[in-house]
Design a binder for this molecule. Structure first.
Ligand code: AKG
Ligand code: FE2
Length: 217
């Protein structure tokens, strides 16, 4: 076990759970302790692009790199050091809370670091298509110190019933956590004007689609 204290609040999950129950999405600042977010940021900052891969779109055999649609570098997270272990454990606790209090039956959680270099973006998309994916809830934790107006890279969330109606634009600022229903909410990442770091993740159910447990992308 690591010695990183993940949360500062005594009741870290309440707001996220209430938001998801009421509207299906949540933006929460300071969900994790500064210590946790800073450990994750220093971890990803040390990763050279050559240890990451150009992200693609589509799953499994349909998977392809599509630079006109997204331009981030990713690295999947395994519990190989204290920061990554603490993060996966904390998200595991959140998973259990979702199951206890909202009966979502979430089976596991997968996540990757993402790096958007200057000029990178991710066009509007859904993280899961109905009946085609095990992804139920998407999460994005932002790691960037001092993100300012003009730095671009906003996360834009759209209405579940009208993909042209914006629900909000959010800076990818340090410690901010976005959570939303993967099949319901279109979203995009606007062009970043400086390097932008985050951790994107998905809580999944075990639908056993085509005898495959949703292979990582
Ligand atoms: O980084 C973000 O704000 C969103 C990333 C995203 O939509 C994804 O990786 O699927
Ligand atoms: Fe997404």
């Amino acid at each position: 076990m690591s010695s990183i204290v993940p949360f500062t609040s005594e009741t870290p999950f309440d707001k996220v759970l209430a938001d998801i129950r009421e509207k299906g999405w949540s933006i929460t600042d300071d969900f994790f302790s500064d210590e946790m977010v800073e450990a994750l940021m220093s971890d990803i900052s040390d990763l050279d692009n050559s240890y990451m891969k150009q992200a693609g779109v589509g799953r499994s055999l349909d998977h392809q790199v599509a630079l006109e649609r997204r331009r981030d570098y990713i690295r999947w997270i395994d519990p190989v050091n204290p920061a990554r272990s603490a993060f996966l454990n904390a998200m595991g606790e959140l998973r259990l809370e979702f199951n206890r209090r909202l009966f979502l039956g979430l089976w596991d959680y997968e996540a990757h670091f993402a790096r958007y270099e200057e000029g990178a973006f991710y066009e509007k998309h859904l993280d899961a298509f109905k009946g085609k994916s095990n992804r139920v809830l998407s999460t994005v934790l932002y790691l960037n110190e001092n993100w300012e107006e003009g730095d671009g890279g906003e996360f834009v969330l759209f209405d579940e019933n009208d993909e042209h109606k914006e629900l909000g634009r959010f800076h990818p600022k340090k410690g901010r956590l976005a959570v939303f229903l993967s099949e319901e909410f279109p979203h995009e990442v606007l062009k970043a004007k400086r390097t932008r770091h985050s951790i994107a993740g998905w809580f999944r159910v075990n639908n056993n689609i085509q005898n495959n447990l949703d292979p990582g992308q």
